[in-house]
Design a protein around this ligand. Structure first.
Ligand code: GLO
Ligand code: MG
Length: 349
């Protein structure tokens, strides 16, 4: 069964435990050592920020940058791994403080495009044609600071320019409603896909849905996924968990809301996600309290929970679902689901 799904994560998911209130508590794990962990932990795909692959990428000649990216591709090949996507990390550069594509300063907007073109070139050198846009600072702290209508036009223009820059590249937009901004411009998959259909090539624009981001928007992650799946637009997921409306927690998958996790797995099964060949990404964070030796457990556990839930979804008696739906007896259905999740035999009413 584990062969049905391919799993991925990003190097940032093995991290030193710093948070806004305290410095790192675990030593840095160098990139090559992280790569060597993937297969052992049960993962086949690597998600990249552009500068995870090529640190200092903006200060290199393009040929040097590609050489470095090609060296990373050789490392991946050596480990039997593939690059899933590359995401331009616009939010950590001082030029991106006001957003990149929607910054008020035209010089910053140009910088954002140039940096993104470089991210595209890195992606190609790593052997993937998928770019993920998490539009971190494309929003506002205060509404009056930008014209939101213009901002949406600028986002559309940026996506079109990326599509034009490389005719083979595809873009998955990762929506998130807030954090680091008060409000972000593309808060849900509905917004992302509406933008996709406005572009010059809607076939090359889709979405990546993260559990925590949907929860922060007050939405059900499985329904968000269903919306994208119904349109063939779910191109990756960032499964994790989120304990209510607070900072983006990136908890282990299923750890806060097992029922909601079950429903995410169920919708992936219903939507035939494994057959698409797309990865199940786990955007999870080890707790700050975790010791260095076991600071990859969150990834292993999330994957294990996912696979246990696949089993749960596949073994839920379909006749109960059908009978309860036919009788419109959803109380009975709910009890059966909970019994099943708790390891009891679901009772036919
Ligand atoms: C943060 C996002 C972030 C992205 C990653 C890839 O909230 O989830 O982790 O997924 O940078 O773009
Ligand atoms: Mg994410």
């Amino acid at each position: 069964m584990s062969n049905d799904y391919r799993f991925s994560f990003g190097p940032w998911n093995i991290h030193e435990g710093a948070d806004p209130f305290g410095p790192p508590v675990r030593p840095n794990v160098e990139f090559a050592k992280k790569l060597a962990l993937y297969k052992k932990l049960g993962f086949d795909g690597v998600q990249f920020h552009d500068d995870d692959a090529v640190p200092d990428m903006e200060n290199l000649f393009p040929s040097e940058m590609i050489k470095k990216a090609s060296a990373v591709k050789a490392l991946l090949d050596g480990e039997g791994l593939v690059a899933e996507f590359v995401a331009p990390r616009l939010w950590e550069n001082p030029k991106g403080v006001d957003g990149g594509f929607t910054a008020n300063d035209p010089a910053c907007r140009n910088w954002a495009m140039e940096r993104t073109y470089r991210a595209v070139d890195i992606a190609r050198a790593l052997g993937t044609n998928l770019i993920v846009l998490w539009l971190a600072r494309e929003g506002t702290y205060i509404r009056e600071s930008k014209n939101a209508i213009v901002a949406y036009e600028r986002l559309l223009d940026a996506v079109n320019r990326i599509l034009e820059y490389d005719r083979e590249i595809a873009i998955a937009i990762e929506p998130k409603p807030n954090e680091p901004m008060d409000h972000a411009y593309v808060p849900t998959i509905g917004h992302a896909l509406a933008l996709a259909y406005q572009t010059i090539d809607p076939t090359r624009v889709g979405g990546l849905i993260e559990t925590a981001h949907a929860v922060l928007a007050g939405l059900d992650p499985s329904d968000e996924m269903a919306f994208a799946l119904a349109q063939g637009k779910l191109w990756s997921v960032h499964l994790n968990d989120q304990n209510g409306l607070k900072y983006d927690q990136d908890k282990a998958f299923g750890s806060a809301n097992l029922r909601a996790a079950y429903n995410q797995v169920r919708v992936l099964e219903l939507g035939g996600y494994p057959a698409t060949g797309r990865f199940v990404g786990l955007d999870v964070k080890a707790m700050r309290t975790q010791a260095a030796e076991s600071a990859t457990q969150h990834l292993v556990n999330s994957r294990a929970i996912f696979l246990m839930l696949v089993e749960k979804v596949r073994t839920f008696p379909k006749e109960i679902e059908e009978q309860c739906a036919a009788n419109r007896d959803y109380e009975a259905l709910e009890l059966a689901v909970l019994q099943h999740l708790m390891g009891k035999t679901p009772q036919i009413p």
